[in-house]
Design a protein around this ligand. Structure first.
Ligand code: MN
Ligand code: MN
Length: 379
């Protein structure tokens, strides 16, 4: 009998004992003795015990199971790995979460809020015992996944190329987040979710469903968010989402030049060449800060590209709100702005600010400049 079969027997024995004790208390209460305090842990139902039993035969060969998500890890991939590794621990397995590469700013924020540590990086999966979350494609997986011993997959995407001949735990649901499947498993196995795990899962569901507005959002995701928020003690869910969304756009750890050229495009109009780099922001305060940083590297940025004019466009796109801070990267670029787009709302010494509707690169900025160059050909 392996460890988990023993566990199952123990669970059943415990259930029988508690039923007997419960009966004793009912008897005592009937006799007028004050009611005893309820046991802290809710007893698993027969169905929950069966669900546990059904995953108690994974072929881990007694080794540590590494629970790991995809490359370029997002919050769903990281938080689901942590929460599911904990669930496997509760089921009697030795399991630890791993990541494929460093986490992004949003995930870092969620981990910090929850008080959880960043999982270690798994550099090679060769020869390791692996449970995949949030993906099932080798190209998205950690290095050498082809040579890993995969014991389970939990996902909410299409079926990928990962393949194995032996029996595995395979759970996929067409819903908003892998984290919601993890939450459902805690319910199905009858385990309480601790506060930190709830916080992590909450952040993951909010991130993957864009605060329950994404097209893949289901009733299960909504229920997960309300239940997890209560356990995590997060009363302002929208506020938590806004904060983590802002982190996603914070560009922390990137150099100013990397930010400037992370979404940069060049255009040619007649014999004029110009470039516009888009930078994303969530509020005006952040926009001003980013605009200042772009202005500081103006000379270096101009020198690094063969263009006549260059602009950074720091934009806010939140629901109906569209605001753009256009930073000219040279004196000639500034003069051009004043000539072509005199209808800006404010010039603060760094940026030309366009509020109502902004100055979208594709919709207004580029067409406006091209029209101007067509009407005023350079000598
Ligand atoms: Mn993902
Ligand atoms: Mn996901």
């Amino acid at each position: 009998m392996n460890q988990r079969n023993k566990l199952t027997v123990l669970f059943c024995l415990a259930a029988v004992c508690l039923a007997a004790v419960g009966g004793f208390y009912i008897g005592r209460n009937a006799g007028g003795i004050p009611e005893e305090k309820e046991p802290a842990v809710t007893e698993p139902t027969e169905l929950q015990l069966l669900n546990r039993e059904a995953v108690s035969h994974m072929s881990d060969e007694g080794k540590t199971i590494y629970v790991i998500g995809h490359k370029s890890p997002d919050s769903d991939t990281v938080c689901s790995a942590i929460a599911y590794a904990r669930l496997l621990n509760l089921l009697g397995y030795t399991a630890e979460p791993r990541i494929t590469m460093p986490v992004n700013n949003e995930t870092k924020y969620i981990l910090e809020q929850a008080g959880a540590e960043i999982p270690e990086i798994l550099y090679s999966a060769a020869g390791e015992t692996i449970f995949l979350v949030d993906h099932s494609e080798y190209v998205q997986a950690a290095e050498d996944m082809v040579d890993a011993h995969i014991v389970g997959i939990m996902d909410h995407h299409g079926v990928g190329a990962v393949n194995t001949g032996h029996q595995i735990v395979y759970e996929a649901r067409p819903i908003g987040a892998t984290a919601t499947i993890v939450w459902l498993d805690y319910l199905n196995y009858g385990f309480e979710i601790d506060k930190q795990t709830a916080h992590l899962l909450l952040g993951a569901v909010l991130s993957d469903t864009s605060n329950l507005t994404g097209s893949t959002t289901t009733e299960a995701d909504k229920k997960a968010v309300s239940a997890l928020a209560e356990i995590a003690g997060v009363s302002d869910v929208d506020g938590f989402y806004r904060a983590l969304h802002e982190q996603a756009l914070s560009y922390e750890g990137m150099s100013d030049m990397e930010i400037m050229f992370s979404d940069y495009k060049e255009y040619e109009a007649g014999n004029v060449k110009y470039g516009i780099g888009l930078v994303s922001s969530v509020k005006e305060e952040t926009s001003r800060e980013l605009a200042e940083r772009m202005k500081n590297i103006a000379e270096e940025a101009m020198a690094s590209r063969d263009v006549d004019y260059m602009f950074a466009s720091v934009g806010i796109r939140e629901g109906d709100i569209k605001v753009d801070y256009i930073i000219p990267m040279s004196e000639a670029s500034k003069e051009l702005m004043e000539q072509v787009f005199p209808n800006y709302d404010e010039y603060d010494g760094t940026s030309f600010i366009f509020r109502n509707g902004g100055l979208g690169r594709k919709t207004k900025f580029v067409p406006g400049l091209n029209d101007f160059f067509a009407a005023h050909p350079h000598e």
